[in-house]
Design a protein around this ligand. Structure first.
Ligand code: SAH
Length: 256
């Protein structure tokens, strides 16, 4: 018996054991005692996590997958959280303890997973796993790149991001339409934003809403002083600004 893949849950089951092992090996398993796998499905990755010297919890929205896991991974049974990762309050399970996140993620909610990670980052020193290749590359890309955008800036403000390797559609059942990519995020420790976080998010999001426009144009709604807008940084387009420059820009706006 195996789980029938459901499209609306982004289910593409990994068939390749070597890749599952390789993904499980991306985390350091250092500095925390818990790992949370998002979307374990039939447990192809979970079984390699269970071999690590760490407590593994999984969060899975699909009842059929949960039943499969309960039947096939007896020692995991009371660490299966049958919930929507996007909605569930993880403090219920982890309290204030740190935990790493891993997964072959449901691709239909990729960006939302990253935004939730940013919300709970105080507890998540490491994050690794698989997204569509394009999303994984975007998260890891630097200024000047065509795919550099909101996800790149916001993630890299708090995490060092590394694109690790590409995975072809053929190793999944059913195969997705696109290549997949595995990345690793390591939280920048001892880092705090020198400016308001909500303003930083707002500046980045507003700047990239019109990526071809200069910041002077895109940030009009912020009603900035002429003095501030005279700065050459406002001649730039968002994709030309490094993460540090976005932070610097936000601080200036905050103090305007
Ligand atoms: N890790 C498995 C399955 C990957 S498919 C493998 O590699 O084979 C993505 C998995 O995420 C599916 O099992 C799907 O049911 C689950 N999923 C989808 N949306 C979810 C959500 N919001 N919260 C938790 N799990 C989710």
């Amino acid at each position: 018996m195996s789980v029938k893949a459901k499209k609306h849950l982004g289910q593409h089951f990994l068939k390749d054991e070597n890749i599952a092992q390789k993904i499980a090996d991306t985390l350091s398993y250092n500095g925390y005692n818990h790992v949370l796998e998002i979307g374990p499905g039939m447990g192809v990755l979970t079984k390699y996590l269970l071999e690590k010297d760490i407590t593994t919890h999984v969060i899975e929205i699909d009842t059929e997958s949960v039943d499969y896991l309960k039947a096939n991974y007896l020692n995991l049974a009371n660490r299966i959280i049958e919930q929507d990762f996007l909605k569930y309050d993880l403090k219920t399970v982890f309290k204030d303890d740190p935990f790493a996140i891993i997964g072959n993620f449901p691709y239909n909610i990729s960006s939302q997973i990253v935004f939730k990670l940013l919300e709970i980052r105080q507890q998540v020193p490491e994050f690794s796993g698989m997204f569509q290749k394009e999303v994984a590359l975007r998260i890891c890309s630097k200024e000047g790149s065509k795919v550099y955008g909101i996800l790149s800036v916001l993630t890299q403000a708090f995490y060092d991001a590394e694109y690790l390797f590409t995975v072809p559609p053929s190793v999944f059942n059913p195969p997705p339409k696109v290549d997949s990519g595995v990345l690793l995020l390591k939280r920048k420790d001892n880092f705090t934003l020198p400016c308001s976080e909500s303003l930083f998010f707002k500046v980045v999001k507003t700047s990239f809403q019109q990526r071809r426009k200069t910041l002077r144009n895109s940030l009009k709604t912020f009603n900035l002083s002429d003095n501030l807008k005279a700065n050459v940084i406002f001649d730039k387009r968002p994709e030309q600004l490094s993460v540090a420059e976005f932070i610097e820009l936000t601080s200036r706006i905050e103090n305007d």
